[in-house]
Design a protein around this ligand. Structure first.
Ligand code: SF4
Length: 395
């Protein structure tokens, strides 16, 4: 029996053809057309939106840091006149990107120091990060890998696939491989399948993951053919990347549902950003919409200390406030883990509001989301001696 679920679609909009309404958009749904028609330079950008001086200068300088590229699909989410638009802040360069604080880094997660072979990061005991490409459908101005991503930065990604496969074959402790980059879903189906098949030929690798922003930047790429190919390599999970509820359009929802219908568990990673999603209301709306798309909010990241990102960074207190505003106030499934990737390569450290008020061998004193206080006795706690009078009446 089919249920009418159209009322659940009302929060999901389509913005197409938007800024392209005067153009031939007969191939709008073709992901290669979307890539060919990306906004990558100042002139087409200024034709469509009114730039501030800070943005204009940022675009002119972006060629030496992290390139600018925005798919028509994602560009349509941008407000023409509002420089504070939360989508615009994520993808339009600003001159502040050239300002470096002394604590900012080009490799804030210390990946290069944990690369046993080029392109393979082995930082945790049983899992690796495999950087398979340096290209993305659009470029996020806060990208933690901007040193290599887009090809415009100071380093280039020189992944040696054969060396990486050899390393993985030798390291039997690795059971989990995360494909990332750049964006692995930018590869053709055949090229991506070649990598997945090779990894699946290594017996001790149990679990494959793909980290991708394609579902939000380029949902047209989530074709039935891609999904059919991916499902051959289960267990395979995909972590998507959405930061603001407006990113979850009807096209994105359909793409995510297609992945889920092919048995691919979906999680979302968001980055906490000033002026983008630094409020409980925006985060709650984002996480609720993700659940409607069958995506579990997975991580909320405190922004890494990447060079030129201070205009987008919030304090950690803001993240803690957001977590406090979610826990208990909405479904547990709608609450991600808030983490700081410890600067320099310490890995993810969970942070959040404190719910334990005190703790000793006998008991833990906790508070709930309403501030009510409870006591939890620890196992083996000595029985509380009863007052003599009470004990006598019980005999
Ligand atoms: S999609 Fe990911 S890798 Fe690409 S620019 Fe954005 S954050 Fe960086």
């Amino acid at each position: 029996m089919q249920f009418d679920k159209s009322h659940l679609e009302k929060d999901f909009l389509s913005y197409a053809p938007g800024y392209w309404r005067d153009r031939d958009v007969s191939r709008w749904d073709d992901w290669t057309w979307q890539l060919q028609n990306r906004i990558t330079s100042l002139a087409p950008l200024e034709e469509k939106i009114n730039l501030t001086e800070e943005e204009r200068a940022g675009v002119l300088l972006s060629g030496t840091k992290l390139a600018m590229a925005i798919t028509p699909h994602f560009f349509n989410l941008i407000d023409r006149d509002d420089p504070g638009c939360p989508v615009r802040r994520q993808v339009i360069p600003r001159i502040e990107e050239t300002l470096h604080q002394d604590y900012e880094m080009s490799d804030p997660c210390g990946e290069d120091a944990h690369m046993p072979v080029p392109g393979l990061v082995h930082r945790y005991p049983d899992r690796v990060l495999f950087l398979v490409t340096d290209r993305c459908a659009s470029y996020c101005r806060y990208c933690t890998r901007s040193r290599v991503v887009s090809g415009a930065g100071e380093q280039s990604l020189e992944t040696d696939f054969e060396d990486a496969y050899r390393y993985l074959e030798e390291h039997t402790e690795v059971r989990d491989v995360l494909l990332s980059g750049g964006d692995p879903l930018l590869f053709s189906d055949a090229k991506l399948e070649g990598i997945l098949k090779r990894l699946r030929s290594i017996e001790h690798i149990q679990f494959l993951r793909i980290g991708s922003r394609i579902p939000t930047f380029l949902p047209q790429r989530i074709t039935p053919e891609l999904c059919g190919m991916l499902q051959k390599y289960h267990p395979l999970f995909i972590s998507i990347h959405a930061n603001h509820p407006r990113e979850l359009t009807i096209e994105v929802k359909e793409g995510l549902e297609r992945l889920a219908n092919h048995g691919i568990p979906l999680g979302n990673q968001s980055v906490l950003m000033r002026g983008v999603n630094d409020s409980v209301e925006v985060m709650r709306a984002l996480f609720h919409k993700l659940l409607q798309c069958r995506v579990r909010p997975y991580y909320l990241y405190q922004m890494d200390l990447i060079h030129g990102s201070s205009h987008l960074r919030t304090g950690v207190q803001k993240g803690i406030e957001i977590m406090e505003g979610l826990r208990g106030h909405t479904s547990g499934y709608a609450i991600p883990q808030y983490v700081i990737d410890a600067p320099g390569g310490g890995g993810k450290v969970p942070v959040g509001p404190e719910y334990i008020l005190s703790r000793n061998d006998d008991r833990v004193v906790i508070r709930n989301y309403e501030g009510k206080i409870y006591e939890y006795p620890e196992p083996g706690r000595p029985a509380t001696p009863r007052p003599a009078e009470e004990a006598a009446t019980l005999q």
